[in-house]
Design a protein around this ligand. Structure first.
Ligand code: ADP
Ligand code: MG
Length: 663
């Protein structure tokens, strides 16, 4: 769903998500809040209008009650019955006109017991007409004191007072949604009327007093209600609270003004209101378009004394004013929400900066690391996950650096090692070749030696016998002696060959190699060739024993020492070293001389049988090969190091005897 975010930076993502969540939340909250505000304010308006109609109704009824008291008081006071009986018109006028003016009545009239008008202070010359058909007057003549709302015709009004008929006359004004026009003008009047019986001293009803107010164009009720409930409540120069009285559906008294600024007399209620209130007698509580505005309005019927609906009482509140309040509240609400939203976005912007900045640094350093630059560190400023990331990152860079160094070191040593190993391998290879060569040569030599040995023995025995039997001065004697001498030499060679190939079994025993060396030296020390040789011995006194055939080992050392003396031409230093190579568990003997040394070209051949550089008769070339054979058969090693002009060192390593060898 949010895949489009992938290309955005972390920070943008965070801010977008924040904003989205906040925006959605804010919108929903604002919406719900607005609904609640609207509901609350409108409910308040409706409650108020319900309450207001009650007040209006109370004012209306109070007016009737007040009139009832005024008329009753007038009927009872001032000796009215006597004035009537005496037909004292001046007195009647004085009395009635005083009452009328005191109570501010539009009309006041006295009748006889049959309902014929006796006297009107408003029109003293109009009398004799019968008003007993007017219900409250009827009731008064029957002895009741009453007050109610009634309709008086134009004639009836004119009878009471000429101006009242004029006041009642109302022309039709164009009204929205009103029922179809039935008449163009209204001539009758809606009046508040109260009537009381006039009694003689003996209590007999001799007439009736009635009076009241014409409601048409009379602000009496409307002003009272307005004063009580709406005084001073104005929105944009318009009354918020409105009150009206309707005759049928004609507005006859109101504080609602037309555009021209005159009371909207003559407009009519919408048809729906007429049907509900006037026809059915129900209440009407809906918003209604009246004159030129919408009102939160309430209509109730006005009945006459026969409970017939003759008019409508109305109160209404200018809807615009409540909508304005609502809008103001909602706007304030949304304004505060928006401000909060912006504030939070700003804070989250700053907060995300603190999150993404170290990450950005990290990215930068990573990039420089990929180019091989390991000399950077992240500055850790926090102890949260990002701080920890920075720390781990630094540790990682450090170990990377260390490993890189190690690798470079390693590369260098590896080269050296490879070189060393290659040399070792080459040496080993040469050695193997040599060993193989020696082995095959050894077999060949052994075969030949074996074959030659017996006939040679025969030659020696027989030639020796012949030599014994020969005269001293025999001319052949010298030759024969030579034969014997050469034959002995041959026998020695053959013996050497056999030794080299080792057909004879070794007789091993545990010995100290120092002792073998000493014994060997003792054998040759006294000989003439040794006279000018200096012997330097460096023996290790704590050598482990070795399990060897000591006579064979003696032969090994003998061969080497003799070669050394020959190489030094009998003048020089012979060194004999022994030591224990603990690592290899070998006993090592080093025999060195200060002789001619051995050149590179032949050093690989000196262990070969029959290889010799000595003149014929001096060397057989078998000495070293025999020694080599003996040492290798003892699981030892024999090597040579030499430098031409300086000397040669032979090294003989023999395995130290193990514990079990001593048994
Ligand atoms: N100590 C040494 N100094 C110089 N050359 C030596 C030494 N030992 C041996 N050699 C060389 O090795 C060759 C072989 O020696 P060896 O097998 O004993 O046979 P031979 O002594 O009969 O020649 C010698 O001929 C000599 O060239
Ligand atoms: Mg030799």
């Amino acid at each position: 769903m949010f895949s489009f975010l992938r290309t955005f930076s972390l920070r943008a993502k965070l801010i977008i998500v924040y904003t989205f969540i906040l925006g959605a939340g804010g919108l929903i909250t604002s919406f719900i809040g607005s609904l609640i505000v609207n509901d609350t304010i409108m409910n308040q308006a409706w409650n108020k209008v319900h309450h207001d109609i009650k007040t209006a109704r109370m004012v209306y009824n109070n007016q009737l009650l007040q009139m009832k008291q005024e008329i009753y008081a007038g009927a009872c006071g001032g000796n009215l019955a006597t004035l009537i009986r005496n037909n004292n018109r001046t007195e009647l006028f004085n009395y009635l006109e005083q009452i009328r003016l005191e109570n501010n009545l539009d009309y006041l009239t006295v009748t006889d017991e049959n309902g014929n008008v006796i006297f009107r202070p408003t029109q003293t010359n109009r009398n004799g007409d019968n008003v007993s058909n007017i219900r409250p007057i009827q009731s008064a003549l029957a002895g009741e004191v009453v007050a109610s709302t009634e309709i008086l015709t134009r004639t009836q009004l004119a009878n009471e007072e000429r101006d009242l008929a004029i006041q009642a006359h109302t022309s039709l004004v164009e009204s929205p949604n009103a029922r179809p026009i039935v008449k163009q003008e209204l001539t009758s009047g809606l009046v508040l009327i109260s009537a009381s019986p006039i009694r003689s001293n003996n209590g007999a009803i001799i007439g009736a007093l009635y009076g009241g107010h014409l409601l048409n164009k009379n602000p009496l009720i409307v002003d009272r209600v307005w004063n009580l409930v709406y005084r001073g409540e104005i929105y944009n120069g318009k009354e918020i609270g409105t009150v009206a009285i309707f005759f049928e559906d004609w507005m006859i008294s109101t504080n609602i003004n037309t555009k021209a600024g005159k009371p909207a007399i003559g407009t009519r209620v919408p048809e729906a209101v007429y049907d509900t209130v006037f026809v059915k007698g129900d209440e009407w509580s809906h918003r209604t378009y009246l004159v030129n505005d919408w009102y939160i309005s309430r209509y109730e019927p006005i009945q006459n004394s026969d409970d017939e609906i003759i008019g409508i009482l109305y109160v209404g509140l200018l809807e615009r004013s409540y909508l304005a309040i609502r809008n103001r509240v909602v706007l304030t609400f949304i304004g505060v929400a928006t401000l909060g939203f912006l504030l939070i976005v700003l804070i989250s912007y700053l907060l995300t900066r603190s999150v993404t900045r170290p990450l950005g640094e990290l990215v930068g350093i990573t990039q420089s690391i990929t180019t091989g630059d390991l000399n950077h560190e992240v500055k850790v400023k926090s102890y949260d996950e990002i701080g920890k990331l920075g720390l781990s990152f630094n540790t990682m860079v450090k170990s990377l650096k260390r490993m890189k160094g190690e690798l470079e070191e390693w590369g260098k040593t590896l080269e050296l090692k490879v070189k060393e190993r290659t040399e070792e391998l080459e040496a080993m290879q040469a050695k193997v070749i040599q060993t193989e060569r020696l082995a095959s040569l050894g077999q060949l030599a052994a075969g030949i030696a074996h074959e030659i040995n017996n006939p040679l023995g025969g030659i020696l025995v027989l030639s020796s016998l012949v030599l014994e039997n020969l005269e001293k001065e025999d001319g052949n004697r010298q030759n024969l002696e030579e034969v014997v001498k050469q034959t002995i030499r041959c026998r020695d060679i053959v013996k050497g060959l056999l030794q080299f190939s080792r057909q004879t079994e070794a007789k091993k025993s545990l010995v100290n190699i120092n002792d073998i060396l000493n014994n060997t030296l003792a054998l040759i020390e006294k000989q003439a060739m040794f006279h000018n040789i200096e012997v330097e011995k460096k023996f290790d006194d704590n050598l482990p024993l070795v399990l060897v055939d000591d006579s064979q080992y003696q032969q090994v050392f003998m061969n080497i020492i003799l070669n050394a003396i020959q190489s030094m031409q009998e003048i020089g230093t012979l060194t004999l070293d022994t030591f224990n190579d603990e690592q290899e568990n070998m006993v090592v003997v080093e025999i060195g001389d200060t002789g001619t040394g051995i050149s590179e070209e032949i050093i690989n051949k000196i262990f070969d049988p029959f290889f010799t550089t000595k003149e014929v008769g001096k060397g057989t070339g078998l000495g070293l090969s025999i020694a080599y054979g003996i040492v290798t058969r003892h699981n030892g090693k024999m090597t040579v190091k030499s430098e031409v002009g300086k000397g040669t060192v032979f090294t003989i390593s023999t395995p130290a005897a193990a514990e079990e060898d001593s048994e």
